[in-house]
Write a protein that binds this ligand. Structure first.
Ligand code: NAD
Ligand code: TYD
Length: 351
């Protein structure tokens, strides 16, 4: 095997697409998926590649420093791609400490473990930290986040991710650790956990349940197809300049209400329902506290320096996503049983 690449959070939504991309594209590299399998982690996401000879799954919690150190000693990874995180803003409002533990302490544990095994010999080594555009805070009606935008997080989730980004940079400045950071906009696609807007609405449209829109629905997000995020991570991991950050996005802003209407339209067509039927499920609900008005990424640096471009338009990506969910209703039924029911009740029904 030429290289050993350890990917954290590989059983989650984005991580599973990154693991698949690397396992299939780099058959001579050993790809280790390290994941604690929280409610958001699901090895079903990787069924198609789990028997590949260059793939290993290791169950571990990144908050457990001793375990992380021993895994790093055992596998001696040359590269780390760190995606493991608590990732849902609404859950961070209910339980901020869990976000500090995984997103901040967990990241520092990984940085320490990498620093220890590499022991100042950084030739061919790289720590890629996967972060979010939410660290930049919120935009007004105009403007875009660039890599120079000051950090200004507002939710416990974004504050924990901002903190982890600062630690990654601090390890580069203090210990010379070879790092790169990517800050990506909102992802959507297959295997997206149905607590987030798009898969939650797809699930509810299928079951003719209300589509909860926070506040007036005029909040804006910039959406990127998950496989295009995985391709950007591959590019930056291999070709990005050390010590730098790259914003990742597709210049694709949507107000939540317009996005949900588009989803309803496409799903009515695919499900053979009457025009406008699913849009009747739209229900305005109480706003999220500290709700950021608008995120929009200026992705020109990754485009000009590394030649990155998304491979699908939003219409294509959304259509592929709906098709995947319709063809994988067992997956959706599995992840929406158990714990999901009590989360949903607390978040949307209030008991
Ligand atoms: P996700 O919630 O779907 O998956 C997170 C994964 O991390 C799960 O497999 C979970 O089991 C694992 N995990 C959680 N806590 C862990 C711990 N303590 N130890 C080990 N594993 C643990 O998240 P996602 O949406 O795939 O996001 C992945 C990464 O990308 C996160 O770092 C997130 O901040 C970042 N990101 C997400 C988006 C987005 O739109 N989803 C956008 C930009 C950046
Ligand atoms: P989400 O998918 O949770 O991603 P993030 O908060 O990380 O951007 O939410 C996307 C947008 O949709 C955000 O403005 C909040 C809004 N939203 C709703 O209106 N209703 C919902 O039920 C959810 C989950 C989100």
């Amino acid at each position: 095997m030429s290289k050993t690449i350890l990917i954290t959070g590989g059983a989650g939504f984005i991580g599973s697409h990154v693991v698949r991309e690397f396992v299939l594209k780099y058959p001579s590299s050993h790809i280790i998926n390290l994941d604690a399998l929280t409610y958001a982690g699901n090895l079903e996401n990787l069924k198609d590649i789990e028997d590949k000879p260059n793939y290993t799954f290791v169950k571990a919690d990144i908050t457990d420093a001793a375990k992380i150190n021993s895994i790093f000693q055992e596998y001696q990874p040359d590269g780390i791609i760190h995606l493991a995180a608590e990732s849902h803003v609404d859950r961070s409002i209910t339980n901020p400490l869990e976000f500090v533990m995984t997103n901040v302490i967990g990241t520092v544990n990984l940085l320490n473990a990498a620093k220890d095994i590499w022991a100042d010999n950084y030739e061919g080594k790289r720590f890629h930290h996967v972060s979010t555009d939410e660290v930049y805070g919120t935009l007004g009606e105009t403007g875009l986040f660039t890599e120079e935008t000051s950090y200004d997080p507002h939710s416990p989730y974004s504050a924990s991710k901002a903190s982890s980004d600062h630690f990654v940079r601090a390890y580069a400045d203090t210990y010379g650790l070879p790092v790169v950071i990517t800050n990506c906009s909102n992802n959507y696609g297959p295997n997206h956990f149905p607590e987030k807007l798009i898969p939650l609405c797809i699930h509810n449209i299928i079951h003719k349940k209300p589509l909860p829109i926070y506040g007036d629905g005029k909040f804006t997000r910039d959406w990127l197809f998950v496989i295009d995020h995985a391709k950007a991570i591959d590019l930056v991991f291999h070709k990005g300049n050390l010590g730098e950050s790259y914003n990742v996005g597709g210049f694709n802003e949507w107000q939540n209400i317009d996005l949900v209407k588009e989803l309803c339209k496409q799903m009515d067509e695919k499900l053979g329902r009457a025009v406008g039927e699913s849009a009747q499920l739209i229900t305005f609900v109480k706003d999220r506290p500290g709700h950021d008005l608008r995120y929009a990424i200026d992705a020109s640096k990754i485009n000009t320096e590394l030649g990155y471009e998304p491979s699908v338009t939003f219409e294509q990506g959304l259509s592929k996503t709906i098709d995947w969910f319709l063809a994988n209703q067992d997956w959706l039924d599995n992840v929406t049983s158990g714990d999901y029911q009590s989360y949903y009740k607390k978040q949307y029904i209030g008991s």
